[in-house]
Design a protein around this ligand. Structure first.
Ligand code: F6R
Length: 243
């Protein structure tokens, strides 16, 4: 391992507060910053904290730009399970970020290649991601970059593994309704972020946390590539740490 900042928090709420500290520090020093965002359960305490901090006047999202990691293929932005909708409901609708300053891959894109390239160009035009938020899947996926024989570079389409579809079925009426494909930033897109913060909570994430940061770097564990990023902070709770 080169250098990864590992911070152990007591519980998911504290993980959210510590991660919020990093976003607050960035937004206060660079009000027009670019943040990379994730969906899933783990970031929810962080999003609640960011909403509370803006309401308390500690941060201001009016000039912040955000790019989300991923979106299900085939889901419209207003679909109850789309990641765009998730972001609206859990963060964007409650803060002052401008709608035109938030991007999520277009789940309905017909020209997938053009959409993915445009997504990369937009992030580049914004000057790149200053702080990228990540969660981690039980198989080590980041975004929807699943275990594979290589590290995918840029934003692209992926088939979802049975494990990931199964993990995400809790949000759908049945497994059959979970999309079989998605669009995701690539590992290259993620690694291009200037700073990365990963949030990890729950005993069920312990094994993959250890494998990712204390095991070999391999595309079979996509998150392990983060060992090669120069500025990664992992914030985990006691359960994920193994206590
Ligand atoms: C979602 C994403 C995924 C999740 C991962 C963990 O945008 O990037 O990689 O971070 O599936 O999800 P939770 O937090 O629900 O355990």
């Amino acid at each position: 391992m080169l250098h990864v900042n590992l911070i152990k928090a007591a519980d998911p709420e504290e993980v959210g507060k510590l991660a919020a500290d990093l976003f607050e520090a960035l937004i206060r020093t660079k009000p027009a910053c670019v943040i990379g965002l994730a969906t899933g359960s783990t970031p929810l305490p962080l999003y609640r904290e960011l909403i509370a901090r803006e309401k308390a006047g500690k941060i201001d999202f009016t000039r912040v730009r955000s790019a989300n990691l991923d979106e299900y293929k085939g889901l419209a932005p207003d679909h109850p399970q789309s990641y765009r909708r998730f972001m609206q409901e859990n963060l964007f609708d409650h803060i002052s970020i401008k709608p035109e300053n938030t991007i999520v891959p277009d789940g309905l894109a017909e020209d997938v290649q053009a959409m993915c390239e445009a997504y990369e160009r937009k992030i580049e035009a914004w000057g790149g991601v200053d702080l990228q938020l990540l969660g981690i899947g039980h198989d080590g996926h980041i975004g929807f970059n699943e275990p594979a024989g290589h590290f995918p570079g840029m934003t692209h389409e992926v088939e979802l593994t049975a494990m990931t579809r199964d993990a995400n079925k809790r949000f759908f009426a049945s497994l059959d309704e979970v999309p079989t494909a998605a669009f995701t930033m690539g590992i290259g897109t993620v690694m291009a972020a200037k700073k990365i913060v990963m949030v990890v909570t729950g005993a069920d994430k312990h094994d993959i946390l250890m494998k990712s940061f204390f095991g070999p770097v391999t595309p079979e564990v996509p998150a392990s590539i983060l060992q090669f990023h120069p500025d990664v902070t992992v914030i985990c709770d006691a359960a994920a740490w193994g206590e």
